[in-house]
Design a protein around this ligand. Structure first.
Ligand SMILES: [Zn+2]
Ligand SMILES: [Zn+2]
Length: 259
C-alpha cells in the first residue's frame, strides 16, 4: 500500500455505519451507527481499542450513523465533531455527554493529519463528506449522497483512497418491494447514490484512486457482486482504473486495506 491511510470499515449499510481512518498516530472514527458493544467488539477484532481513537467525526444524524453514539460517548469520552445543524437535529441529544460534543471546524488539524468536511446533498439537516490529508496522500469519505455535485467532484479529485457510496442497483430498486415513496426518496437528489452513479463519478476522475471501498450497499436493492461488476464494467468500458483496487464493504464483515 503506498497511501498513508489505513482504512477499517467496521460496518456499512442501512443498518449501521462505522469506519476508522488512520494515518500514523491519528485515528478517527467516522460515524457510530452500530451499538457501543458491537463497535467495541469489532474494533478489537480489527486489532484496535476505543482508547486508540483520536476522535469521532459524524456525517449526519440519521440513525444508521449515530445509533451507538450516546453510550459510546459516555463510556469513552472522546471528542465528537459534527456541524451545528447536525447537533441541532441529533436524536437522543439529551443522552449525550455534553463535554464530548464539539463543533466541526472548517478544517481540523490533528498531528500531521488534516480533515476537511464538505457539504453533500442528502435528506438530513446538513450532511457532510470528509477529506483527509496526510503526508501528501488524500482520502475522501463519501456516503449518503443524493447526487454528484461540483463540490463532491472537487473533493474526490486526486484522492488516493476513496470510501464511496454504491447504494443500489436502479433496476433492483425500481422492481423491488420498497413502497413507492421510499423508492422516490432513494432515487431523488437527496437520497442515495446508485452503483452506476458511483461508477461514473470514478470514471470521470482525472486520476483514478489506488483504492476504492464501495460502501452503504443496500441489502434489499443491491448485491456485492453486482455493485463490483457494475463499477468495474463502467471503468473497463472507459479504459480507466485497471490498477484501482476495489473493496466491497458490508454490514457483517470488517473490511480493511492493510494487514
Ligand atoms: Zn442518511
Ligand atoms: Zn445512511
Amino acid at each position: 500500500m503506498s497511501s498513508e491511510f489505513e482504512i477499517t470499515i467496521l460496518a456499512s449499510g442501512s443498518k449501521g455505519n462505522a469506519a476508522v481512518i488512520r494515518a500514523g498516530e491519528q485515528a478517527f472514527l467516522v460515524d457510530v451507527g452500530i451499538s457501543c458493544r458491537q463497535l467495541t467488539e469489532r474494533l478489537h477484532q480489527a486489532g484496535m481499542k476505543p482508547e486508540d481513537l483520536t476522535g469521532v467525526l459524524l456525517t449526519h444524524e440519521h440513525n444508521d450513523h449515530v445509533k451507538g453514539l450516546p453510550v459510546f460517548c459516555r463510556k469513552y469520552r472522546l471528542p465528537v465533531f459534527a456541524n451545528e445543524r447536525t447537533w441541532q437535529y441529533m436524536p437522543k441529544k439529551s443522552e449525550m455527554e455534553r463535554s464530548c460534543c464539539r463543533l466541526l471546524p472548517k478544517k481540523l488539524s490533528s498531528g500531521s493529519l488534516e480533515i476537511i468536511p464538505f457539504a453533500v446533498p442528502h435528506d438530513a439537516a446538513s450532511t457532510v463528506g470528509y477529506v483527509f490529508k496526510s503526508g501528501g496522500s488524500k482520502c475522501t469519505y463519501l456516503t449518503d449522497v443524493g447526487f454528484v455535485t461540483d463540490e463532491v467532484r472537487q473533493n474526490i479529485a486526486d484522492a488516493d483512497v476513496v470510501v464511496l457510496e454504491a447504494n443500489h442497483d436502479e433496476d433492483m430498486l425500481k422492481n423491488g418491494s420498497y413502497p413507492q415513496i421510499l423508492k422516490q426518496r432513494i432515487l431523488g437528489t437527496r437520497g442515495h447514490l446508485s452503483n452506476v452513479s458511483a461508477a461514473w463519478l470514478l470514471a470521470h476522475m482525472e486520476r483514478l484512486p489506488e483504492e476504492v471501498f464501495l460502501a452503504h450497499l443496500s441489502q434489499e436493492n443491491n448485491l456485492p457482486s453486482l455493485a463490483l461488476q457494475t463499477v468495474r464494467g463502467i471503468l473497463d468500458a472507459n479504459e480507466v482504473g485497471a490498477d484501482t483496487k476495489i473493496y466491497i464493504t458490508s454490514q457483517e464483515n470488517i473490511v480493511k486495506n492493510y494487514d
